[in-house]
Write a protein that binds this ligand. Structure first.
Ligand code: ZN
Length: 242
């Protein structure tokens, strides 16, 4: 179990480092959280005030779902408790909860009624798996707001919060990070296509559904994606794992 927890720390730190390289962080804002292996009530999260580009495995804090830090040095920004803890509490699928203001996914969240359309084969995995919160309440500064977002998320994998940005969940941090990455890529290409002001070419729902049902395929791929990320970090920034 000790090795499992250390591996979880390393995987979460790797995803934070890689997200920083991809330009996903806004200032020192936002969180990636991961339930500790073997626990449904304790989670790892990045501490307040650090760039993701500097986070090490040992910097991650262990918190409970009621807003207490139970292990580690530092503080946790209030939205981690108000947004992440309720989603860990309510969604059985949410071992990992990633929230950031990725540029293109957030841009799509800023357009009235915009959805991730089933027009790009790389995005068919999201077909039927995205919930939309159309009723922005401002920042998540109370657990009740997190409860509201968790109810809208339901059994989906992604919550697109209008006027705000995405939350992506998964059974592992690898699965959640792979979804976050592809969501951003797909939103970028959709917005590029929309900028042509010509109609998006829809596909038959059954075509998109075929890939949306291949959950195990994408989870296997996500493990390879994270392994590749860690190989590069091991060469270029090995302190992430300390
Ligand atoms: Zn946010």
């Amino acid at each position: 179990m000790k090795n499992d927890i250390q591996n979880a720390r390393i995987d979460l730190a790797a995803c934070l480092r890689w997200a920083a390289r991809l330009g996903y962080q806004q200032g020192v804002c936002n969180h990636f959280s991961l339930l500790l292996p073997g626990s449904d009530s304790l989670f790892l999260v990045n501490p307040e005030g650090l760039f993701w580009s500097e986070v090490r495995a040992s910097d991650l804090l262990v918190c409970d779902l009621d807003g207490h830090i139970v292990e580690g040095q530092g503080t946790v920004e209030i939205t981690a408790f108000c947004l992440h803890a309720p989603i860990h509490r309510h969604s059985k699928k949410a071992r990992a909860v990633l929230h950031c203001h990725t540029p293109y996914t957030t841009a799509l969240c800023l357009i009235e009624n915009a959805k991730v359309e089933p027009v790009n084969v790389a995005g068919f995995q999201f077909y039927g798996h995205i919930a939309y919160d159309e009723d922005c309440q401002g920042g998540a500064l109370s657990p009740a707001e997190g409860d509201r977002e968790a109810a809208i998320l339901g059994d989906k994998n992604v919550l697109m919060m209008r006027n705000h940005g995405p939350i992506v969940i998964g059974p592992t941090v690898a699965a959640a990070f792979d979804r976050l990455y592809y969501l951003e890529e797909v939103c970028q290409r959709q917005l590029l296509a929309m900028s042509s002001h010509r109609p998006l070419k829809q596909v038959a729902p059954a075509i998109a559904q075929g890939l949306a049902d291949e959950v195990a395929l994408f989870e296997t791929y996500s493990e390879k994606h994270l392994a590749a990320i860690k190989r590069v970090l091991d060469r270029e920034a090995p302190d992430y794992a300390r």
